[in-house]
Write a protein that binds this ligand. Structure first.
Ligand code: AKG
Length: 263
């Protein structure tokens, strides 16, 4: 974890306002993410076998992570640098409502360019940020294994304006190669797409969803086991305040409920 000064956090927030995203280079320790990767591999196999992923295109799977073991890591989801940026762009006292992964496999294709949420208000200018994705890969991401591609600045445009800007070449797509340890924070309204993974190795990308304090996303949730809840810090409890507490996690998770992801 890299600590940032207040002025560095302000500078990230300014870049975020302009671009709709920031990239934090080498923010998380590679060893921590290697442990996530090792825990994720059997989960990916099991969830594909049981047909319980949300399919986001050919050979592309969305899977919620169980909030336990290495995945329930406060050094990741309570990272002060990331939360400092989240609070600057989406307000004080945010909520955490999503802990999941996007994994293209060999045979995946280009997604249609999309945003992940509709505007808050129809026929009104776009609002400040209310829904953020914090993404970090569990492997290096090159041009070969499916880099995320995004436009810059379209998070502040209405959907039709953003699509015109993209189609007319005023808002082009940028591939975002990432090294293990890099972190991207993005406004999910920016137009983007997943690209093909042309290698034999899966390309898991974690997504932690943080939202403005009053925003509710019924399509996602994190089950927090009660015994683990008792050990959480006050900061973690506060972030997870609207998430259900459960006696124990399901051994065989049900199919993902988060189906509509592109607007
Ligand atoms: O995994 C990726 O690279 C992008 C996935 C994505 O944008 C989505 O499924 O909404």
């Amino acid at each position: 974890m890299t600590g940032f000064s207040s002025s560095e956090l302000d500078a990230y927030a300014t870049t975020f306002e302009r671009d709709g995203m920031v990239l934090l280079k080498q923010h998380f320790p590679k060893a921590t993410l290697a442990a996530w990767r090792a825990a994720f591999e059997p989960l990916l196999r099991a969830r594909i076998m049981s047909g319980t992923t949300a399919v986001r295109g050919d050979n592309r799977h969305y899977i919620t992570l169980p909030f336990t073991g290495v995945f329930a890591d406060e050094s990741i989801f309570c990272d002060p640098g990331i939360l400092g940026i989240v609070e600057r762009v989406a307000g004080e006292d945010p909520v955490m409502c999503q802990l999941a992964t996007d994994t293209p496999l060999k045979g995946s294709t280009h997604q249609d360019v999309h945003r992940d949420t509709p505007p808050l208000f129809d026929d009104q200018p776009e609002t400040p940020s209310f829904q953020l994705a914090v993404n970090f890969p569990l492997c290096d991401v090159s041009l070969e294994n499916g880099p995320f591609e995004t436009t810059l600045g379209t998070h502040r445009m209405r959907p039709d304006e953003a699509m015109s800007a993209y189609r007319e070449g005023r808002a082009g797509l940028h591939a975002i190669p990432m090294e293990l340890g890099d972190v991207m924070i993005r406004d999910v309204r920016a137009l983007h797409r997943g690209t093909p993974n042309n290698t034999d190795e899966p390309r898991p990308m974690v997504v932690i969803g943080y939202s403005r304090s009053w925003y509710f996303r019924p399509e996602v949730h994190i089950d927090v086991p009660v015994d683990l809840d008792q050990r959480l810090s006050p900061r973690a409890k506060r972030l997870l305040r609207h998430m259900p507490r459960v006696a124990e996690l399901d051994a065989l998770p049900a199919a993902e409920a988060y189906k509509k992801f592109a607007y």
